[in-house]
Design a protein around this ligand. Structure first.
Ligand SMILES: *Cc1c(COP(=O)(O)O)cnc(C)c1O
Length: 829
């Protein structure tokens, strides 16, 4: 274990001797009583679990306290609904936020899952918001990626096999969710949803600690359970064994996360998942509202509901929350339609995450009618009123059709984005350029009808995970230079601009990067048996594999560099290690071919003696948060090269900037704002702007013309086409070639020349390490805007109607009266 005895002071927490002794005691107790092991038989995993339980013990008091505090102060609650939370590694994060980080060297690999969106939970807790994350407890998270013979192979991620020390099951709060059935409509009576099938939703709670503020919020994930009488009542009477076996059918709802990224696949099980989380969560929300201090004492009224509840829809995935809340208000709570609709609209806000048409959810009416018949009726009624209102404005039939919640052509479908816009009081995009496109193009008609509804909230990342946790060397260096306050106020990084000419600081920053690169090189060597040159530029392109993210453009640059070295082997060349990684959706053929092409190019490049140590290509297997934490601090060059107008924001770009990588990128997503913050001259910006892409769409994109006029592009394409990288199967990449020439929606060839020239500027600057590092410092200094604390503050004040607070909840060591006093102080605010 190596628990350090001496008192350590660092940005990552102050740990006294007493604290260390206490942690040690807890650790030994858990190893013995919880894991039932002694040191002779304990495995590394046992040690990890013992430490996790010990750290968890430090959370529990604060967790209970925080929830008591919310009950006493009764602030407005914020509910963040998402189908994609599944936690990253909690241990290190918890230790940092509790100030326990330096009590031990954490070397255990708790298996990592993709923890996208957990940045927001961290910031909400750090800002003291009474917030809850709600989602599904998938038994299998995003698949594990294996690369076999250069191809992606998927493996199930059985992350719960050894148990999860962070979650607490709450079977006492289990709730029913209904599916199927029919709507009974008798004259003069309200419609009734009857003959439904019931599935139970079991909550599992995970603590979300804020940074050094005694706040611990809750993430509640639902797991599907069959009721004990499942299949034993009606037709299956008598077949007890079969009925028990069939419980799997109901419990499949929370079995597995759909691994698509930016792609809508209209599967019934997915719609069940979406409604499952919504139905369980809204019952919880309403129970909490009804049992709040003031509603318990006075008569119940829902008029104050929007003052007490804000619900954020993360993408359209939880969109069924809108008709579900209407169903609860109208059918169960007996509110009249207009009252219910006004409360509903004031409660919801919707975040759009993509403008790619293939990603937009459009559920077949037929499927929805079968699975959720009452909700479909409600959606039709919402639509009827919406279209009546719409037609008061420019009476053009085309516009009314475009704005309908129900699409008619090619089979009736419910447009979930339209439902979200109509049912919310605010709609936001996730970067300035994306929000502009949302207003100008995708939802233009809606913006013309209600312009005050549309906003921007530029994404952010948590500096706790994406700097303190993953890059302690840089975090400590910054703390030495400007103090520790930047962790809660990332704009203070601007102070680093004063140090941009100090040789000692430049040297220290370069040293931290070099140490991180060495460490990552050693990791690759150990785990993948690859030898990389730590003196080379680490050129990193890691994100989901998708045509719009243009890994193919990077691949063409790699081939171009290869050909240049082969042509002039003795000409000086700035050595590079190109690292590409990411998962492809299992059903996305083109993305899987792109992986095979990259691994095939890597095979040729890495085994060519003429190339030597000048150029290496690594495919980083199974890219996930825990791997991102390793590779990002070791990166020199961050690749953010999507076709302008296609990447909504990106968050990878921000992580790299904060960790001292320079960006080569298009004017897309948050890259635009990164260039604005750091100065365009401090990023490597290339390629078409959104306007150029739009013009080309109008005038036509001719891939062949670029191929014919750019000899190096022609050579690279000819090599792929002729089997240079796949000699045993020369036709291997014909689908890619065919796409690039005839139906490339993302115009790879159009940006090739500009990209390659920009890469030459990158290499030129890299030769001057001092100047390179000065630009790195300017980038870090300009990255403060991209803290998710800033993002969440904007959501809080401009959408949710709540104020972040610096009030510190009294720790469990202080008496209950202190808590009540703080609660009074908050109520007064
Ligand atoms: C941050 C992150 C992403 C998002 O990357 P983009 O470059 O914004 O697409 C994807 N996967 C993992 C594991 C991440 O940590």
């Amino acid at each position: 274990m190596g628990l350090e005895k001496r008192k350590q002071i660092s940005i990552r927490g102050i740990v006294g001797v007493e604290n260390v002794a206490e942690l040690k005691k807890g650790f030994n107790r858990h190893l013995h009583f919880t894991l039932v092991k002694d040191r002779n038989v304990a495995t590394p995993r046992d040690y990890y679990f013992a430490l996790a339980h010990t750290v968890r013990d430090h959370l529990v008091g604060r967790w209970i306290r925080t929830q008591q505090f919310y009950y006493e102060a009764d602030p407005k609650r914020v509910y963040y609904l998402s189908l994609e939370f599944y936690m990253g590694r909690a241990l290190q994060n918890t230790m940092i936020n509790l100030g326990l980080q330096n009590a031990s060297g954490v070397g255990y690999g708790g298996s990592g899952r993709d923890g996208r969106r957990s940045c927001f939970l961290d910031s909400m807790a750090t800002l003291g918001l009474a917030a809850y994350g709600y989602g599904i407890r998938y038994e299998y998270g995003i698949f594990n990626q294996k690369i076999k013979d250069g191809w992606q192979v998927e493996e199930a991620d059985d992350w719960l096999r050894y148990g999860n020390p962070w979650e607490k099951a709450r079977p006492e709060f289990m709730l029913p969710v209904h599916f199927y059935g029919r709507v009974e409509e008798e004259d003069g009576k309200e419609p009734k949803w009857v003959d439904t099938q019931v599935v139970l939703a079991m909550p599992y709670d995970t603590p979300i600690p804020g940074y050094m503020n005694n706040t611990v919020n809750t993430m509640r994930l639902w797991s599907a359970r069959a009721p004990n009488d499942f299949n034993l009542r009606d037709f299956n009477v008598g077949d007890y064994i079969q009925a028990v076996l069939d419980r799997n059918l109901a419990e499949n709802i929370s079995r597995v996360l759909y691994p698509n990224d930016n792609f809508f696949e209209g599967k019934e099980l997915r719609l069940k998942q979406e409604y499952f989380v919504v139905a369980a969560t809204l019952q919880d929300v309403i129970r909490r509202f009804k049992t709040s201090k003031r509603n318990c004492s006075g008569p119940l009224s829902f008029d104050s509901f929007p003052d007490k509840v804000a619900i954020q829809l993360n993408d359209t995935h939880p969109a069924m929350a809108i008709p579900e809340l209407m169903r609860i208000f109208v059918d169960i709570e007996k509110l009249d339609w207009d009252t219910a609709w006004n409360i509903t609209k004031q409660t919801f806000a919707y975040t759009n995450h993509t403008v790619l048409p293939e990603a937009l959810e459009r559920w077949p009416v037929e499927l929805m009618e079968k699975l959720l018949p009452r909700h479909l009726q409600i959606i039709y009624r919402i639509n009827q009123i919406h279209l009546d209102v719409t037609s008061l404005f420019p009476d053009d039939m085309d516009r009314i059709c475009r704005m309908s919640l129900i699409e008619e052509e090619g089979g009736k479908r419910v447009n979930m984005a339209h439902l979200c816009i109509v049912g919310s009081h605010k709609v936001n995009g996730v970067a300035e350029i994306h929000s502009d496109i949302v207003k100008r193009d995708v939802f233009r008609d809606f913006n013309e009808l209600e312009p005050e509804k549309f906003q921007n909230k530029t994404n952010g990342i948590t500096p706790r995970r994406w700097l303190l946790l993953c890059n302690p060397g840089l975090a400590d260096l910054i703390a030495e230079a400007i103090g520790e306050e930047y962790v809660k106020d990332l704009n203070q990084l601007q102070k680093l601009n004063d140090l941009v000419d100090y040789d000692a600081f430049i040297r220290d920053v370069a040293k931290v990067k070099q140490d991180n690169k060495l460490k990552f090189a050693q990791y690759l060597e150990k785990v993948y048996k690859v030898d990389i040159n730590p003196a080379s530029m680490f050129d990193v392109h890691v994100k989901r594999i998708h045509e719009y993210k243009r890994q193919l453009l990077n691949c063409l640059h790699v081939i171009t560099m290869y050909n240049r070295i082969k042509r002039s082997p003795i000409k000086p060349f700035v050595p590079r290690t190109v690292i590409i990684g990411g998962k492809a959706a299992p059903g996305y053929h083109m993305a899987k071919m792109i992986i095979k092409l990259i691994t095939s190019v890597a095979d040729v490049v890495n085994n060519d003696p003429v190339i030597g140590r000048k150029l290496k290509v690594i495919y980083l297997e199974n890219y996930r948060v825990s791997l991102a934490e390793k590779v990002i601090p070791a990166t020199d060059l961050s690749e953010q090269i999507s076709t302008a107008g296609t990447e909504a924001s990106g968050t990878g770009n921000m992580k790299f900037m904060l960790n001292g990588a320079l960006t080569i990128g298009t004017m897309d997503g948050a890259n635009v704002e990164m260039a604005e913050e750091a100065g365009e001259e401090n990023l490597f910006i290339f390629g078409m702007r959104v306007e150029d892409v739009a013009k080309m769409d109008k005038e036509g994109y001719d891939a062949l013309q670029y191929y014919e006029s750019l000899p190096e592009l022609k050579q690279a394409i000819n090599q792929i086409k002729s089997g240079y990288f796949s000699p045993k199967q020369p036709e291997m990449f014909s689908d890619i070639i065919n796409m690039l020439f005839h139906h490339d929606r993302f115009k790879v060839f159009a940006d090739y020349e500009s990209y390659v020239k920009c890469q030459e500027r990158v290499s030129a600057l890299y030769k001057d390490q001092r100047e390179w590092t000065r630009v790195v410092i300017k980038n870090i200094a300009a990255s403060g805007k991209f803290s998710s604390d800033r993002t969440i503050k904007e959501y809080a004040t401009e959408i949710w109607g709540v104020e972040p607070t610096d009030l510190k909840i009294p720790p469990p060591s202080e008496p209950r009266e202190a808590l009540e006093e703080t609660a009074r102080a908050l109520r007064k605010n």
